[in-house]
Design a protein around this ligand. Structure first.
Ligand code: ZN
Length: 158
């Protein structure tokens, strides 16, 4: 019993932050025609999107659907130099990325980099939905483009 408590205590001391992902936050889907895809997904899910938002820096327009605890993020290119336009040209429409919520995006990125994952963004940047985001390269994540995200309201200033 004492040994067990001691181990719990030590774990608290040395693992100050839990760096594991908190949850699957959203699933990103690349689409050609946002309006047409909104109609399709509204039919499929039985509910409409709750917001549209454009992310100028990424040249994308997003549309969000809430499904239980998870969001579906439709991504359409706002101009031809968008990475989404590039993605669709190479692979067609469809599943684009999985986004995991983390507590501390900067620390999670440095941890994953040290563990050998290839980062597309070594620093977080502004994304849609009031979030800081960064992508990990699919060549190190089993072929799945992976996003880490953290609510901006949740980012410590220290
Ligand atoms: Zn995303």
């Amino acid at each position: 019993m004492f040994v067990f408590l001691f181990l719990v205590y030590r774990k608290r001391m040395f693992f100050v932050r839990d760096m594991s992902v908190k949850k699957l936050e959203h699933i990103g889907i690349a689409v050609k025609d946002l309006a047409a895809s909104e109609v399709l997904f509204t039919k499929l899910l039985g509910r409409g999107p709750y917001k549209r938002e454009s992310v100028e820096s990424e040249h994308v327009i997003t549309s969000f659907f809430q499904v239980g605890d998870i969001k579906i993020e439709l991504l359409a290119a706002s101009d031809p130099q968008s990475t989404i336009a590039n993605f669709i040209e190479k692979r067609g429409e469809g599943l684009h990325h999985l986004a995991f919520e983390v507590d501390d995006i900067k620390s999670s990125l440095s941890e994953k980099s040290l563990e050998g994952f290839n980062l597309i963004h070594s620093e977080p940047k502004d994304g849609a939905d009031n979030k800081q985001i960064a992508f990990l390269h699919p060549n190190s994540t089993g072929g799945v483009l992976t996003e880490f995200c953290q609510d901006k309201g949740n980012i410590s200033l220290g």
